[in-house]
Design a protein around this ligand. Structure first.
Ligand code: ADP
Ligand code: MG
Length: 503
């Protein structure tokens, strides 16, 4: 029988205009993984920032092994044996793996940092947790997944009793996620208490022993045995309403071919790639990370230079001169990395949504414009359930998932839209908003546009697309009509030849 190692007791946190946490209580036991679920903006990250000593609560207590803790800094939390792997990773890119892991506690010899000893220490630990990384490499040279492993290694070296993960898999590939899952399971077996935040229910069911669900800063429920809770129940608790079919697929008549992509090639895609999209069609692109889907979309959009091929829209050739020409023609790409590529951090939610319409001068004179912008912004805030105190809030103060919704709203609102390309549109987005995004996708298609959805989530592309193209190692490995598309078939096309089959 495990005992509560960590207890949140009536924890509250207020930001200007938002009650991020409202008297939240639950316990986490040693040797367990406790899942934390909730829509974007529910307060999950805020709780972990309190746990990690970054924020002080406005009310309530935090107890570790029955003792109340008061942290005044992140250092205090680490001292107490708590490690938080935040949504925005916190490391020093210029330092090496060993230096990052041992930051503040580097071994010294005769008053100097003993780099050789530091590397040995870290190399041993990395090997022990089964991570293959050179301790002498700088963090800036590593992938996001590898940087995350470094943070985990750091937590383990600090001998943290409590380790909390905030959406750790949102930027990891399947293989990288699996390494992470194994690590989490090993840490649980060692008797540590773990908190795990994710939007992916499959992952939560596979990893978590128990879970707590947040909605609007309040705790909705704690389930001591996660495996006994049906999926529908979790979703309804998070969303506050029943969601029967989140994909909301609608039958559409197949229109004539509208977009034709012929023989595209580029630096990273040396093999010619061709496909077409019909009017009103939602075309899904599935493949493993690195299959070349995003690269193909960037070529199509003119963001990367083509070395061959052409794109025709309504029979007319689209200039390959760059994204400006593509947008002019009505082709829009909402990139995978929305946060880096799209946010005007100092501007309001409304300004971020309306920017493309402003560029097109579609919103009339100054007076009219203000009113129309406000109405458009409010419309999207409602539809996508963007959690913000008002349309005038600076976007940088929104939670990560809500920032993504704002950026997505901007692209969905692009005037003159003919081809909408969405790269991982729901990554990091909660289930209620996913449903709204799927509906918007179907609306856009029904209006006669071509919609291309690139996704690594197989149930998602199977759920919303009329047709599926699968890529593997820079080539199109197959095409499946909705009626014949299923997980097994899509995975068979996506996996490299001779790969072991997936259970
Ligand atoms: P989650 O991680 O569940 O998506 P967060 O904990 O990030 O949600 O956010 C909870 C709420 O608090 C959101 O409405 C968010 O906009 C708000 N919030 C979070 N941090 C700040 C901050 N530093 N200033 C103002 N509001 C914030
Ligand atoms: Mg968060």
């Amino acid at each position: 029988m495990s005992c509560a190692l960590l207890e949140f007791d009536q924890v509250s946190k207020v930001f200007p205009g938002v009650k991020a946490l409202n008297g939240v209580s639950f316990e986490v036991h040693a040797g367990q993984v406790h899942g934390l679920l909730g829509e974007n903006g529910a307060g999950k990250s805020t709780l972990l920032k309190i746990l990690g000593g970054q924020y002080r609560p406005d009310g309530g207590r935090l107890l570790l092994a029955g003792q109340e803790c008061r942290f005044h800094s992140a250092g205090d939390a680490i001292q107490a044996g708590i490690a938080v792997i935040h949504q925005e990773l916190q490391y020093v890119p210029e330092l090496t793996v060993a230096e990052n892991v041992l930051l503040g506690r580097l071994p010294t010899r005769l008053g100097f940092v003993d780099h050789a000893a530091a590397r040995r220490l870290v190399a041993d630990k990395l090997a022990a947790i089964g991570v293959d990384l050179d301790p002498a490499v700088r963090l800036s040279e590593l992938s996001i997944a590898q940087r995350q492993m470094v943070e985990i290694c750091k937590a383990v070296m600090q001998d943290a009793r409590v380790i909390a993960f905030d959406e750790p898999t949102s930027s990891l590939s399947h293989r990288e996620s699996e390494i992470l899952f194994r690590l989490v399971q090993a840490l649980r077996a060692e008797g540590r208490a773990l908190i795990y935040i994710s939007h992916r229910l499959e992952e939560l069911y596979a990893l978590c022993d128990s879970c707590t669900i947040f909605r609007d800063g309040c705790k909705v429920a704690t389930h001591p045995v996660m495996a006994e809770v049906p999926r529908e129940r979790l979703i309804a608790d998070m969303v506050g309403r029943e969601l029967h079919d989140i994909y909301d697929y609608r039958e559409r008549p197949a229109g004539e071919e509208r977009l034709q992509v012929r023989g595209l090639r580029g630096a990273e895609l040396p093999h010619e790639l061709s496909f077409s999209v019909r009017r009103g069609e939602v075309l899904g692109f599935f493949g493993l990370v690195g299959a070349g889907r995003s690269e193909l979309m960037r070529l199509l959009y003119g963001a990367d230079r083509r070395s061959g091929g052409e794109v025709l829209l309504d029979g007319r050739k689209v200039s390959a001169s760059g994204p400006a020409a593509a947008i002019e023609a009505g082709i829009v790409l909402c990139p995978e990395d929305r946060k880096e590529q799209g946010i005007l951090a100092q501007s309001s939610v409304a300004e971020n949504i309306n920017i493309s319409c402003r560029r097109h001068g579609l919103l009339g004179g100054v007076f009219l414009r203000h009113e129309r912008e406000a109405a458009r912004a409010d419309g999207f805030i409602e539809r996508l359930r963007i959690k913000t105190p008002s349309r005038d809030q600076e976007i940088r103060l929104l939670s990560g998932g809500n920032q993504q919704k704002v950026i997505l709203a901007r692209w969905l609102a692009e005037p003159g839209l003919k081809v909408l390309i969405l790269d991982e549109p729901t990554r990091g987005i909660d289930v209620g908003a996913k449903n709204e995004i799927y509906r918007l996708i179907h609306d856009v298609a029904e209006s006669g546009c071509c919609v291309i959805v690139v996704s690594s989530e197989l149930p998602e592309v199977l759920g919303i697309a009329d047709r599926l193209i699968v890529m593997r190692e820079g080539r199109i490995s197959g095409e499946l009509q909705r009626a014949q598309a299923n997980e097994t078939e899509a995975l068979r096309l996506a996996l490299p030849d001779g790969a072991p089959s997936v259970q």
